[in-house]
Write a protein that binds this ligand. Sequence first.
Ligand code: PMP
Length: 387
Amino acid sequence: MTDLDGHTYVDFVGEFSAGLYGHSDPVIRQAIIDALDGGTVLAGPNQYEARFAQALKLRFPSMELLRFCNSGTEANIFALLTAQYVTKRRKIMVFEGAYHGGTMVFPAGGNPLNLPFDFILATYNDCDESTRLIRENQTDLAAVIVEPILGAAGNLPGRDEFFATLRRETQSAGSLLIFDEVKTSRCGASGMQGRFGITPDMTTLGKYLGGGLPGGAFGGRADIMEHYNPYKPGSLRHAGTFNNNVCTMAAGLAGLTNVFTPQRADAFHDESEKLRLELQALTDARSVPLSFEGLGSLFTLHLGGTPLLHAADVTPLSRQVGLLFHMHGLLNGIAIAGRGDFYQSLPMTQAHRDKAKAVFASFVSEYGDMISRLAEQNSTTRRTMAI
Ligand code: PMP
């Protein structure tokens, strides 16, 4: 990536994960050109969408039937409304620090622009509290929606037992479990649901889904999604002018079937996770208290020294360290997000990852002592807050 002043960077911002395929993948580029040649804005179903849906269903078996829309936000809105419709219940359980779209954000202090769903706020990774809240709200709980990795809060990974608890408790409460895999579906061939071996009732996708063009999808158990079957009397409507737009469908299909194949997805996840572990080893070897939270191609630099399980564990000071590395990176030829997030992309080579390691090593040398002092201050603040 080269800026207007001629500085060149390795792009670890990766459009916050939407840039999985990089800036100009030749296969996707060609697919878009071919699609343009065939004509756009034609109305009605096109030749790409059923094949794309079929390919997604093979990858994410929880999506027995699915529908396309224009964004991750839209996918989540439809998933939640669908859950309310099929369960005939109102409440939606979400987790502090979650991000499910521009109108469904759950930072500390709330978001005045959230949609007026009847949300119940729970603590990420807290099995006991989730169990209690699901049981207490059982008669009116339509769904629990959860990100397998809590992205906007700093890519905090959900624990296996947390998801096993959510699966068990939602099942016995008759509520739907919705996995928001808008970001995490890139974590291997079948996303995080494949890694956990858990089948949610519904799944939502977005970000890289359209090969870099706008797009989203929601789907799930056939008995749930059958309500959208237009041939059935009284079926649900899901209209949207550009839901199946030709360019997104063509680019997404080409990307999923010819670039981000199951083999490539697994290999990419492993290569990316190796970088995360190597960066962690680098900081551990120099006893600098930093941690790289996340998994594979999605991770965030935090102040270390204390376990980070849920959003409240991430202090503003921890976020400042991410910002500091963002600045240091820009001065040294790598771009990460201002909040300390790293997103890797398919075109990355070992040379790009080596560059990130070298820049991080220089960061640790330059700021290691200061970071140790910040970590001490951070844990004192946390102890005081706890008291
Ligand atoms: N869910 C998650 C987990 C996300 O990270 C995002 C986007 N950051 C969304 C939903 C919303 O997607 P979009 O921006 O396409 O509306």
